[in-house]
Design a protein around this ligand. Structure first.
Ligand SMILES: [Zn+2]
Length: 287
């Protein structure tokens, strides 16, 4: 049976025969979202229980994202749910983040995007709130600049509606990141792995700019040709893949060191994580 998904993520056919919570593809995507979430938590992008990462459902049903009420570093595959473009939880348990339109609308607008991160990253939020453009004072910012990272200023409130999600997507355009001024960041990539690495780089770049500013002298930064060259030399696809693998290893070390036991069962993302389910927090709507 095949139907078309309208007004949502994609016009591609949705094949219901693939709707299977135990399929390797679903297990792998749950594991991926859990890994991405823990990496973001372990790179200080968490804001208590807020912030979320998502991956596009391979069957066109919506996005896989963390359930609400948990910190990013607490996310296991059983705390990842499938959210439809209208906000319905199709698979999984627990509360659903109310800012899901950030993810669904960006993926609807960008066929090239397979993963989205929204976080309240402290240095990036501070930089955008200060009205400062991101400058390539070190390597990290050259992943984004030039052009200037777009700034979403329609509201600093939550992105609660599809209309607001569409406006964020329009502001993002073809870029890999957008500042939600006085709120947070959004990064997008062809895969969630790339979107996650981008979120880590954006926060590192903002932090580096803050450190640079602290010397109160005459900062320098790369001009456009040098920034483009650095982007090619440093952040090519193979390097991004290696950075992701490093972040996975680092996150697992941190999980073990903290005794949380929240580690992945595979680095290849081919299999699921078989950790026991825990009781979900009280179901509710969280950003
Ligand atoms: Zn938010």
């Amino acid at each position: 049976m095949t139907t078309n998904v309208t007004g949502g993520l994609t016009d591609r056919p949705m094949t219901h025969e693939h709707e299977n919570t135990t399929s390797p593809a679903v297990a792998g995507i749950r594991e991926l979202v859990a890994l991405s979430s823990r990496i973001l938590g372990h790179t200080d992008q968490g804001d208590l229980i807020w912030g979320h990462a998502s991956a596009r459902d391979p069957h066109g049903r919506g996005v896989w994202m963390k359930a609400s009420g948990w910190g990013l570093e607490e996310i296991t595959p059983d705390r990842v749910q499938l959210v439809s473009p209208s906000g319905e939880v199709l698979e999984g348990t627990g509360g659903r983040h109310s800012e899901y339109p950030i993810h669904t609308e960006i993926m609807a607008a960008r066929a090239d995007v397979g993963g989205v991160v929204h976080a309240h990253s402290p240095y990036a939020v501070a930089l955008a709130a200060a009205g400062q453009p991101l400058l390539p004072v070190s390597h990290a910012a050259t992943y984004f600049v030039p052009p200037e990272v777009p700034r979403f200023t329609d509201t600093a409130d939550l992105i609660l509606t599809c209309d607001l999600g569409k406006r964020v997507a329009a502001n993002l355009g073809s870029a890999s990141a957008v500042f939600l001024v006085n709120h947070g960041i959004v990064t997008a990539g062809p895969t969630l792995q790339v979107a996650t690495v981008a979120a880590v780089l954006l926060e590192r770049a903002a932090h580096q700019q803050w450190i640079t500013h602290g010397f109160r002298s005459w900062p320098t930064w790369s001009d456009a040709p040098e920034a483009f060259s650095k982007r090619d030399h440093i952040y090519h696809p193979q390097a991004l893949d290696q950075v992701w693998n490093y972040l996975v290893r680092r996150s697992e070390r941190l999980s073990r060191a903290h005794g949380s036991g929240l580690t992945s069962t595979t680095r290849t993302l081919a299999g699921g994580c078989h950790e026991p389910c825990r009781d979900d927090p009280a179901a509710g709507d969280y950003i």
